[in-house]
Design a protein around this ligand. Structure first.
Ligand code: BMA
Length: 309
């Protein structure tokens, strides 16, 4: 279903003009002029992460990565003293801005941070949207039934549970009515340990495609894979179908070996409407940025046949 780019990994630390440990887990969007823009997580040689802007005219090769981070560790605030991680980005017509959701990391624990920008050179407004421990958030790009909808992944320390929740807001500032949307499957399933959102939901006539990561614990550590869920177009709090099988699993050497081996971690997707193709940008082994593509009709075909599990 998903075809890996022959250029994988499409972005590595060797392409940066500044020293760093790793570059991974990219959010993605396409600008007005057709440039693909990634919000990549760059981990520096202290171990702290920042969100940097990377651009390419073809979305595959020749990336330029800004040296100055868009969001970086701030020692003046405990909640982001260790930086920002794993950005997702959506263009939101109603507010004429991009909305970035990412993890702010500091002593209180990881929390969801929501920021807006018009140009990716500065942040207009930014605030913590969900207290710790909560991460892996993505916004639906338009209001539904009058509300903004945020997908996020709180952790229940008591149960060790980490599922995808949905919360609503009138103003993108205060969030209410959290409800569980997509939960881990039990026992031997590939997403039994944790499940979290990947890129922001992708709108199609059949519903919203939600790509997610699922985690399974094994005797030699966790395996992070990618799966897909289809939720209703007008009532996205209703899960229509869920693929039983994963759609991308770490098998390539660059996904198997790295700082954290056996990880594919998608945060960005670009729907190229002319080809009806999805470009999914993902982190491989917490070390590099990779790309896999799939036909949207093929993906929907699988999703429409899938069972709700
Ligand atoms: C998750 C996140 C990701 C990371 C993944 C695998 O919990 O922290 O940033 O890619 O673990 O290490």
């Amino acid at each position: 279903m998903f075809l890996r780019s022959e250029h994988n990994p499409i972005l590595t630390v060797d392409s940066l003009t500044f020293p760093a440990n790793s570059v991974f887990n990219p959010g993605a969007t396409v600008l007005q002029d057709g440039t693909t823009l990634l919000l990549v997580r760059v981990e520096d040689r202290r171990g702290l992460s920042a969100i940097h802007v990377a651009t390419s005219t073809n979305g595959v090769t020749d990336w330029t990565v800004d040296e100055t981070p868009l969001l970086g560790p701030d020692p003046n605030h405990t909640w982001c003293e260790w930086g920002f991680e794993d950005a997702r980005v959506s263009w939101v017509d109603e507010i004429d801005r991009y909305v970035i959701t990412c993890t702010a990391y500091g002593e209180p624990g990881p929390c969801v941070y929501l920021a807006t920008t018009t140009d990716f050179t500065s942040i207009d407004s930014g605030r913590v949207a969900m207290p710790p421990e909560d991460k892996n958030a993505a916004l639906f790009p338009r209001r539904i039934d009058g509300d903004w909808l945020l997908l996020h992944r709180p952790v229940s320390v008591a149960r060790g549970a980490a599922d995808i929740w949905l919360s609503r807001s009138d103003d993108l500032e205060s969030w209410r009515m959290p409800e569980q949307l997509i939960t881990r499957r039990p026992g031997g399933w590939w997403d039994a340990a944790r499940i979290g959102i990947g890129p922001p939901p992708i709108e199609t006539t059949e519903g919203w495609i939600i790509l997610c990561h699922g985690v399974r614990q094994t005797m030699s550590g966790a395996i992070y894979r990618m799966g897909a869920v289809l939720v209703d177009l007008e009532q996205p709090w209703i899960v229509r179908n869920r693929c039983e099988e994963w759609l991308l699993s770490p098998t390539a050497p660059y996904e198997r070996i790295g700082d954290v081996g056996n990880v594919v971690f998608p945060c960005g997707a670009v729907h190229h409407l002319e080809k009806n193709e999805l470009y999914v940008y993902y982190g491989a082994a917490d070390t590099t940025v990779c790309l896999a593509t799939a036909s949207v009709p093929d993906l929907l075909d699988v999703l429409l046949k899938g069972a709700v599990v």
